[in-house]
Write a protein that binds this ligand. Structure first.
Ligand code: NAD
Length: 398
């Protein structure tokens, strides 16, 4: 895709996190440059200044723009002329640092792509949403499963009524990597994810349950009403949930379930969603992301393959494809679709033009706040023996 003519150059990216030994920062950078519309020019790659500098070389970032802290990066970059300074910041730190980093970035006038969950607490998420609403910046949240072409195809099919009235939404995210207490063995990603000070009120439900919940909201657009949840810690001495179910009542009368596990033997990143409508049902699995199953009673089961040229693909699904059918597209490309849509908005923002802030194709701050409300209400419901609690947040997109 071409760069926006009005900007006439690549966007300049700064990253917080992504240092040596980390996971998702590298994915962000790879996805961010996939369309040749951005380049990584600066980073505060680690909370450790020496490691931040050492990590810069791995990304071919000039040593002069490898910063000891995000505060230093924002102060220095802000002082550079437009076109030279960073245009946006990707926040790829553990959860407890999302709020301070994202807040400082927005206040410094930088657009933000923040990983999920949005913040450590709902109160932080609401405060951040207010700051973003009063600012001129674009704010995207990487609920990256929304970037898959067949997820967008399904969304468009549901929103245009092809499935009829939606009555049931079953979303799951099943992993097995925390079957043992990896956190006690010094595994870094496990350590912060099971520490309430760094992860937040929930473990598994915050880390991956939010993705499953977001997928149902994104695909159907149906607003939630109430939630009843049961979370469990099955691995002894762990501080946060490693398994849980939630039942959700939606405003249109639909029922939903979210199941998240990090203790299921042999399961990898099994994100799956099934939606039942009065006219048809559909099913999508992220471990087989180039197929979407659509079924109607009395008819042969249909398998939609990801194909930008197929007449059965809608415009939204086609627009999310990069390769001809049969060449698998997956995690990086879906991630890049979030960036691509956020870039369209950033290019408008940076040239002083209006841009959509709520009903965007990419997940935004509203979805981030909703994710935090989902986490806090799930934890509160579970502590109260599965009590039904409200789930419609005033900032929910609708
Ligand atoms: P990680 O522990 O592998 O990496 C975190 C990085 O942040 C490290 O490089 C660490 O040094 C750095 N960091 C920590 N504090 C910092 C600070 N103050 N300044 C600069 N850098 C700092 O963690 P991860 O698995 O990559 O997860 C990071 C975030 O991404 C989490 O919020 C997680 O929930 C999210 N995540 C999202 C997805 C997804 O699919 N969207 C997948 C994995 C992780």
């Amino acid at each position: 895709m071409a760069t926006n003519g009005a900007l006439g150059r690549k966007l300049k990216m700064g990253i917080v996190g992504g240092g040596q030994g980390s996971f998702i920062g590298r994915v962000h950078v790879t996805a961010a440059v996939l369309d040749n519309r951005a380049e990584l020019v600066a980073g505060a790659f680690s909370s450790d200044a020496a490691r931040s500098r050492a990590s810069a070389a791995d990304y071919a970032v000039d040593a002069s723009r490898a910063y000891a802290s995000y505060e230093e990066m924002f102060a220095r970059e802000k002082s550079l002329p437009p076109g030279e300074r960073i245009d946006f910041v990707s926040v790829t730190t553990p959860n407890h640092m999302h709020f301070p980093v994202a807040k400082a970035a927005v206040e410094a006038g930088f657009n933000v792509v923040c990983d999920k969950p949005l913040t450590l607490t709902l109160a932080e998420a609401e405060a951040l949403a207010a700051i973003v609403a009063a600012s001129p910046v674009v704010f995207a949240v990487t609920h990256n499963y929304t970037g898959y072409p067949l997820v967008r195809q399904a969304r468009e099919m549901i929103l245009s009524g092809e499935l009829g009235d939606i009555q049931a939404i079953r979303a799951e995210y099943i992993q097995g990597w925390l079957r043992t207490r990896l956190e006690a063995e010094g595994q870094k990603q496990a350590a912060w994810r099971t520490d309430p000070k760094k992860s937040g009120a929930a473990g598994c439900f915050g880390d991956i349950g939010t993705h499953a919940y977001n997928l149902g909201r994104y695909m159907t657009g149906i607003l939630p009403e109430k939630i009843s949840a049961n979370l469990r810690i099955f691995e002894p001495a762990r501080a946060l949930d490693d398994y849980g179910h939630a039942v959700i009542r939606y405003e249109n009368g639909a029922l939903g379930t979210v199941t998240a596990s990090q203790i299921s033997h042999g399961r990898e990143n099994d994100v799956r969603i099934q939606v039942d409508g009065t006219l048809a049902s559909l099913e999508w699995h992220q471990e087989n992301p180039n197929q979407l199953f659509v079924r109607k009673n009395g008819e042969p089961h249909r398998i939609y393959t990801r194909d930008p040229n197929a007449p059965y693909m809608n415009a939204t699904g086609k627009a999310a494809c990069r390769l001809p059918s049969g060449h698998p597209e997956a995690f990086f490309e879906a991630f890049a679709n979030i960036y691509r849509a956020a870039y369209d908005a950033m290019e408008l923002a940076l040239t002083g033009r209006p841009f959509e802030r709520t009903n965007t194709i990419y997940p935004n701050i509203h979805d981030g706040v909703e994710g935090m409300y989902f986490i806090e209400q799930s934890v509160a419901s579970s502590k109260d023996d599965g009590a039904w609690l409200p789930l419609r947040h005033p900032l929910a997109r609708h």
